[in-house]
Design a protein around this ligand. Sequence first.
Ligand code: GCB
Ligand code: CA
Length: 891
Amino acid sequence: MKQILLLLLFGLLIFDSQAQVRCEYSINSNWKFCKGDIDAASNDARWENVSVPHCWNIDDVMDDELGYYRDTACYKRDLYIPGSWRDKEVFLVFDAIGISASVYINGQLAGSHTGGYTAFNIPITKYLNFSDEGNSKNQLFVKANNSYNKDIPPLSGDFTFFGGIYRDVHLVALDKVHFRMDQYNSQGVFWTTPKVSNESAELNLKGAFSNSFSRTKKVVVEHVVMDNAGKEVLNYEKKRTAKGGESVSFDCKLKLENPKLWSPENPYLYRLISRLKVDGKIVDQIENPIAFRWFKFDAENGFFLNGSPYKLIGASRHQDFATLGNALDDAVHIHDVELLKEMGGNFLRIAHYPQDEAVLEACDRLGVLTSIEIPLVNSITESEAFFHNSEIMLREMMAQYYNHPSIIIWAYMNEIFLHTPYEKGSDELAHYLHSTNQLFTRLENIIRENDPYRYTMMVGHGGGQIYSDAGLINIPKIFGWNIYTGWYDGKSSNIGKTMDKRHDLCKGVPILVTEYGADVDYRIHNFDPIRFDKSVEYAIDYHQEYIKAFKERKFISGMVVWNLADFSSETRNETTPHINSKGLLTYDRKPKDTYRFYRANFGEEPYLEIGSKEWNFRTGQQILADNDFVEQPVQVFSNLKEVEFFQNGRSLGRKEVINGIATFNVPFKQGENRLLVKSAFKGYDVADQASIKFNIVPKVLDDPDLPFQTLNISLGDKRFYTDYKNHENWLPAQEYFPGSWGYVGGEVYKMKNTKRQNFGSDINIIDSDMDAVYATQQLGIDEFRFDVPDGIYALVLHFCELSSNVKRQNLIYNLGSNGDNTENNEERVFSVTLNNKEFISNLSNNEELLPEKAVSYKTTVVVTDGKGISVKFDAIKGKPILNGIQLRKKL
Ligand code: GCB
Ligand code: CA
């Protein structure tokens, strides 16, 4: 009994000494929003009710018009301030606003901020009204602006510069003695662990507090470190005197014996509670995580964690999500880290800018090592204002994220020479290179001064020579390389050679692969994949090559996939316009096979999954007219030794899983195919299943055993395309042969001004989201035939004039293309006949066939006398075209 009482008492004491001290809460509700630069008082009817996180570019980045709103918009809200706060220091904390903001209280400018990815606070006490009874109403008005500014990074990038108050806003009321709030919105306490081993850990704490009374105050600074069970393991107390209006700094060195180490496998966190006491009363308190770990990068031997070699594997992440822009709730951020962890990732590159603190909290807690960077992307401006803003962003990032143990790398540059604004060999270029060197030396020094215990990193691209010429490679402690061998150029099987070259170039500087990836449009399949086809299959081959080369090379400390999830890049086109589709997950975080591949190779939990199982309705053509099946490969992803595959209850045999994959050739039957894969782990079954409806296209269209139903064909294409919205499969085109279907004459359309693209055009097709179908085309086609039996059919022809002189912005990532689409828009006129009858006359790219627009014609065809369907194209000017064709039996 006595023990229980003691325990209770002890519990109460602990509870009490850890109690809430600060008054802090979010003010995310009840905002009003209006686009434009308007007055707070204006009664503009356009003020709409919103809550934050809020993003104003959700729709306009996805539409067919180039560009999105990059200008000013306003937010306002009432603040109800209690009278008791008269004696407090009140702050507004904005976790981020894209891209710059001014904050007004009751009509007075209270503060402003530049930069879209870090937090800032604004002391507002002196602008507030207080009443003696109850709350007083105050007006908060925020002007935000996300327009281009040559002095604010990022200047450009393969991502969307969303506008809005897109992270939380907080109201904070502090005692007049509080941890410093005016150091780049840091917490006012910073910890470092200069030396950690299994036996002991040095822990240094420093920081500062402010006394905003006018009188001198005696203040006790106290730190308590607790283990994860809440047991105190270290404490420290010191008396300090602070004059009125003064800020006083403090630091101390502590030592912990037998620390429990933090690692991705065992992310053990300690808790640091820092307090200020005046007259025995706690007046301020903040909490921080602490972890003990040590790490090292070595140019020859890679990365080491807590003394052992450790291969970093993971992904980069952007902060946006389908239909939300960048206005995400914490839970969505956290779920991303969980998804990374689940696939076996132990590393997250937070790119290309600092992200929500929830991301870092999740990484600390789940055990994911991270690098974090400021958005110096593609190019710089040679101005002191640009340098200054870069420096402030760096200082803010470090101040705000300093106490997250998951961070091991501060980074500050990505591919800065992607867009050198001057000619090769020019004096201007030499000056520019020198300026970048100066800027980065300045930033590097700031990091080393403020945090000597973490690594610093810059990230280069291409062959890398220019980074070496500019003297950048020896500035940071490690160098990251974005490598796209087998994507933007070359063959993936040469990735090992590329890695060796970067290693040679960096002579003694440790390296990691900070980016690699291939676009995947999960709607596209190609069983004979080639570079840039965007197929699921190509990407799997690509990633396999990279992982193989990585495993063979000790000096590559880590591999970071670009990207964890698809993300918004407004200027991109191709099959997923406005989206960069290199994600392992879709924009709404559904797994692609590439994610499954990583999970199979690195995931810890027993794992087995049927690849592309979301492709649950498929089509394929018979090889032989009497086959009752169509064989297609199915990849099974697993980290188990071997798997057995069943189709409709029949075993197709067992296979060994090699590098996470076992491939089965499945003879798909007409109709439902129930797939089951099975394996065993420690005596229990691990299984997955999928149900796939298969529609066999007869080789000969009047096959009585397999009556013709429907065909959707993408001309100029070798890929399978699935339209999930309309529940339709599109097949690659084939040349006509008697009894069957196909095109007669013409050639596959190829873009003229590129070395890169193999699949039609890279334009954004207007008025359709079947860009893959419309962007490919048979040019100079004479005829399309279907040897179908007599009956009534629905026929649809799809056209898109791909040759366009509509001027487009030079696409940043359209490497290998000269960007301006100079294909001249020659006049094209042709007529289409249907079974020798007039169908579409004089179809002209000056009339209906407007460049870049999807145009289709649907009609009914009556087939008699065994004549089948013949669609003929007669050239009048230029060459006839056809992009897609669909036929469906009606009767
Ligand atoms: C890069 C960039 C990244 C792009 C990526 C791509 O090298 O660093 O921002 O999104 O390539 O997909 O092209
Ligand atoms: Ca096509």
